[in-house]
Design a binder for this molecule. Structure first.
Ligand code: 4NP
Length: 154
């Protein structure tokens, strides 16, 4: 099972989604059976570590994002991953635009997939500290649901 999280910059939301879900996968004993990665639709931050605010907010909840580095999503990702999960509608549109015809990887909006009451993980980049806490709240709930889905599928 291979899961890719995608946002715009790959420095706030999707690396947080990656770190939060990786911790759940390992805690469930499935860390070696699930490949987990993240990417951005944009290329502005390629090679950079996650935003310091995202790293600090994550660290306060026990997630270490320091080793992650941003990369841009590419067409090959649709065959390298079984599930590609977008953080907002804009990300989803951008992914649909580059998705190769007949690609096997399933593309979905992360929160909508689990009917968590909202569709989007709000972009915290221009928001304050509370924006990053909100991102973590949403991604922890979604991570629990994704893990439950993968357990059923494995
Ligand atoms: P992300 O947040 O998509 O959650 O990584 C953003 C990071 C950078 C920018 C926008 C959103 N930016 O415009 O540079």
């Amino acid at each position: 099972m291979r899961v890719l999280f995608v946002c715009l910059g790959n420095i706030c939301r999707s690396p947080t989604a990656e770190g939060v879900f990786r911790q759940r996968a390992y805690a469930a004993g499935l860390g070696e059976r699930i490949r987990i990665d993240s990417a951005g639709t944009g290329d502005w931050h390629v090679g950079k570590a996650p935003d310091i605010r995202a790293r600090q907010a994550a660290r306060r909840r026990g997630y270490d994002l320091d080793a992650l580095r941003a990369r841009q999503v590419c067409r090959e990702d649709f065959s390298r991953f079984d599930l590609i999960l977008a953080m907002d509608h804009g990300n989803l549109r951008d992914l649909q635009a580059i998705r190769p015809a007949g690609a096997a990887g399933e593309l979905d909006l992360y929160l909508r997939r689990y009917a968590l009451g909202e569709d989007e993980v709000p972009d915290p980049y221009y928001a304050g500290e509370e924006g990053f806490e909100r991102v973590l709240d949403l991604l922890e709930r979604a991570g629990d649901e994704l893990l439950a889905e993968i357990r059923r599928r494995l």
